[in-house]
Design a protein around this ligand. Structure first.
Ligand SMILES: Nc1ncnc2c1ncn2[C@@H]1O[C@H](COP(=O)(O)OP(=O)(O)OP(=O)(O)O)[C@@H](O)[C@H]1O
Ligand SMILES: [Mg+2]
Length: 271
């Protein structure tokens, strides 16, 4: 078996680039992420709720991770949960764990425990609970409806918990359903993200290489045409393709990644 290519020594990098573990401080900044971030943060500051809806791989979770890192711990208690296809009771159990509330056996008592916990966070600790629900497009409608119960304290006279709902486009349809009106009415801001333009793809790739420790031009110009064509400006697709293309170039002992390297990489990433 051939040895895996050593990208770091070949391209003079300190880290392997294009991995999903990128720290939020190293993220690529761009007005569209800043706008979404600022709007969601403003909603949270006002004890309101918001949503972030965009196709897979466009950077939603990165915006949420940044929010979690940047909300001051002295004022906010932020809980991040990823939704899978959970029942109402299991979802409440997850919420209890995330919020540090005691769990209970039945749905009714779980909801009561959650409400008490949210109230006590505000009353005793002056901490505002923020609940980030990622991959919310996978939520069952009856489970999504629980969020109305959680935001409905003291007959709506006081907003206690901010909820950030994040997911892929089917979430929009879910929130538009008549039986979800009580939940969507509580969401004051709907943010979205788009794919990158060709120029933005170049800037993004240069940034990921830079935080990987390399500030020279690794991809030649027409390699970007191939990356843009194959990925249509989707961040996750760019990550996968660029990493594979660098491995192809490295295996061939090439100093730069060419258009042909990207085309060859594309065949293994999306055969
Ligand atoms: N601002 C950014 N700076 C650098 N890399 C980023 C940024 N945003 C996203 N990425 C990269 O793109 C990848 C996909 O982003 P992310 O996981 O946030 O997408 P997503 O919209 O949450 O996708 P999904 O709907 O599948 O969960 C990340 O693993 C990360 O490598
Ligand atoms: Mg995500």
């Amino acid at each position: 078996m051939s040895k895996p290519p050593n990208l770091r020594s070949h391209f003079g990098l300190t880290h392997v680039p294009f991995t999903r573990e990128i720290a939020t401080k190293d993220r690529w900044t761009h007005p569209q992420y800043d706008e979404a971030f600022d709007a969601i943060k403003n909603a949270v500051e006002r004890r309101q709720s918001a949503s972030l809806i965009a196709a897979a791989g466009l950077g939603k979770t990165m915006v949420l991770r940044t929010l979690k890192d940047r909300l001051p711990e002295a004022r906010f208690r932020t809980h991040y949960i990823k939704v899978t296809d959970l029942s109402k009771r299991d979802f409440c159990r997850e919420l209890c764990q995330a919020c540090g509330a005691q769990t209970a056996a039945t749905y009714g008592s779980l909801v009561r425990r959650l409400q008490e916990r949210m109230e006590s966070l505000v009353a005793q600790d002056s901490l505002r609970p923020v609940l980030i629900v990622d991959e919310a497009h996978d939520m069952r409608p009856d489970v999504l409806a629980i969020l109305r119960v959680l935001t409905n304290f003291e007959m709506d006279s006081r907003l206690v918990v901010s909820i950030i709902l994040c997911g892929q486009p089917p979430l929009r349809g879910l929130l538009k359903r008549a039986d979800m009106e009580a939940v969507s009415r509580r969401i004051v801001y709907f943010a979205s993200l788009r794919t990158l333009t060709r120029q933005e793809v170049c800037d993004y790739v240069a940034h990921r290489l830079y935080v990987g420790g390399c500030d020279r031009k690794v991809f030649v110009d027409d390699a970007f045409d191939a990356v843009f064509e194959a990925t249509q400006g989707n961040l996750r697709a760019i990550d996968r393709l660029c990493l594979r293309a660098m491995e192809v170039a490295c295996n061939k002992q090439a100093a730069h990644v060419s258009c042909d390297h990207v085309i060859e990489a594309r065949q293994t990433v999306w055969p």
